[in-house]
Ligand binder design. Structure first.
Ligand SMILES: [Zn+2]
Length: 99
């Protein structure tokens, strides 16, 4: 099962880099909650820190865009399939939301 552990470690690093590459501070947080740290939103992510909620309007990157941008940040892991890329981005919700 050591593969699983390594996989998790890689995934954690992948998400950290993803956040760096694709994350932008929520503009509504900046406006409504100027004293709080704005939530970092990746494409399509929902911010629930205020109402109405704010969804990042950007589409999720394509596999090509993803690889290109991640490679620019020193991420060299080979991506095996489109499904894995989608899971890697959409599967992560720091606030536990399904969106
Ligand atoms: Zn927000």
């Amino acid at each position: 099962m050591s593969d699983t552990i390594d996989g998790f470690r890689d995934l954690k690093e992948l998400r950290r880099v993803q956040r760096l590459v694709f994350g932008v501070p929520c503009p509504v947080c900046r406006k409504k909650l100027p004293k709080a740290h704005p939530k970092i939103l990746e494409p399509g992510r929902l911010c629930r820190a205020h109402k109405p909620f704010y969804r990042d309007p950007r589409p999720e990157p394509t596999a090509e865009e993803f690889n290109e941008k991640m490679a620019a940040h020193g991420w060299h892991q080979e991506v095996k399939s489109q499904a894995e890329i989608e899971l890697g981005i959409s599967g992560y919700h720091e606030d536990g939301s399904p969106y």
